[in-house]
Ligand binder design. Structure first.
Ligand SMILES: [Zn+2]
Ligand SMILES: [Zn+2]
Length: 251
């Protein structure tokens, strides 16, 4: 028995591959996604930017999605470098191809790509690239606050499903669940004054979905021992940690 070099699950020894059948399939899908979806999307963001110039301020939220476009160019460069490197491994001359031709060369050499001795490393590098692209292509209001970087305290945002997150500042990569757990701990120190609807909106920024009705219900049932009424009607000072913890029990 040998282990898959990517997911480290044992696989049948019959194959001389570095990757198990499952990982080969996922790897291949990521390659397709890079050339078929992500690169064209990133390039169109970059072109749009070039036309309108560098925006000094993102217009009001709710406007057309303008994600973290400042580094679209970096992401494109990294993506294209990955494609050029792989294409060059198929045949040295392919390394000079433009990205689209390189991608086609890769797509039409499935067997060679998947059986390359470097496949596991290439896959890991591609995963990283795909994840960063995905984050840049997600409209800002779909990103949630995952937590803060334990290293440099920069705010870490990502998609709700993210399994890992890379700090934009110090470039350290973290496991998202641990970052979120630390965040939820710290939420006990965060208070918000407003209506149940305001509290629900605030929690949504952390990817925690709770309806204002449920919060009102908790209030009526006396479940929010940390929530204190204010002199304004329907307004309370809520403890976000308490809301998050109750939500956790509720699920
Ligand atoms: Zn595997
Ligand atoms: Zn950091």
């Amino acid at each position: 028995m040998t282990d898959c070099q990517h997911c480290h699950k044992p696989m049948k020894p019959a194959t001389a591959n570095m990757l198990c059948a499952n990982c080969r399939e996922t790897y291949w899908q990521l390659i397709r996604q890079l050339g078929h979806v992500q690169l064209p999307a990133l390039r169109s963001i970059m072109l749009r930017q070039a036309r309108i110039g560098t925006p000094t301020h993102t217009p009001s939220r709710g406007n057309a999605p303008m994600p973290i476009d400042t580094h679209a160019q970096d992401l494109i460069a990294d993506s294209e470098a990955w494609l050029a490197e792989q294409a060059g491994k198929i045949r040295a001359a392919y390394a000079a191809y433009d990205w689209r031709k390189a991608w086609y060369a890769i797509i039409s050499n499935r067997h060679t790509i998947l059986n390359m001795s470097t496949a596991a490393d290439d896959y890991a590098a591609l995963e990283h690239i795909i994840r960063r692209n995905e984050q840049a292509l997600t409209p800002e209001d779909e990103l949630i606050i995952l937590g803060t970087c334990p290293n440099c305290h920069t705010l870490l945002t990502g998609t709700p499903e993210a399994e890992t997150v890379t700090c934009q500042h110090c470039r350290t990569e973290w496991a998202a669940p641990a970052i979120k757990a630390a965040r939820d701990e710290r939420l006990w120190q965060v208070q918000i004054t407003g209506t149940p609807s305001d509290a629900a909106k605030e929690l949504k920024r952390y990817g925690l979905s709770v309806s204002r009705n449920l919060i009102s219900q908790w209030l009526r049932r006396g479940k929010l021992t940390h929530a204190t009424p204010t002199k304004h009607k329907r307004q309370y000072t809520f403890n976000l940690g308490e809301l998050a913890a109750l939500l956790d029990c509720h699920r």
